[in-house]
Write a protein that binds this ligand. Structure first.
Ligand code: FES
Ligand code: FES
Length: 157
């Protein structure tokens, strides 16, 4: 069974196969940037992109993503190695505290900016609302998503 993750093809054992994508990418493929939080689809720590859509990997059976493009935090940087605008902004504004929720936050933000290059404050709150941060960095997250949109617009100008 083959998975396409960050542009690379990975062969995994075919076990049936309703294992959560999260377990496969972390435990079998060692892509541990994607974090496990609640494991019941609530917190958003495990967010990856599946065909560009922010998706909770803990609730995604691996057999449902065969043939789809999966992107994890390890593949968020640009092809030339430069940081994605979301990564630049989170770094610039020193958003993380413990960091556990951050890959999910950044993947959710990147999916938003791919669909909406000029999000309003309400758009940002709405898109990020279901990604939990137990350190309470919500204010900086929202500032950083707005900053990432500005960086993206500047680089596309
Ligand atoms: S670990 Fe997947 S939503 Fe919490
Ligand atoms: S930075 Fe600690 S959970 Fe978000």
């Amino acid at each position: 069974m083959e998975l396409t993750i960050n542009g690379q093809t990975y062969t995994i054992a075919d076990l049936g196969d309703t294992r959560p994508l999260l377990n496969v990418i972390r435990d079998e493929l060692n892509l541990t940037g994607t974090k496990i939080g609640c494991a019941i689809g609530i917190c958003g720590s495990c967010t990856v992109h599946v065909d560009g859509v922010a998706t909770r990997a803990c609730q995604t059976p691996v057999n449902s993503v065969i043939g789809k493009e999966i992107r994890t935090i390890e593949g968020l940087a640009e092809a030339d190695g430069s940081l994605h605008p979301v990564q630049q902004a989170f770094l610039e504004l020193q958003v993380p505290q413990c960091g556990w929720c951050m890959s999910g936050q950044m993947m959710t933000a990147a999916a938003l900016l791919a669909q909406n290059s000029a999000p309003t404050a309400d758009d940002i709150v709405s898109a990020m609302d279901n990604n939990y941060c137990r350190c309470g960095t919500y204010h900086r997250i929202r500032q950083a998503v707005a900053r990432a949109a500005a960086i993206q617009q500047e680089s596309n100008a």
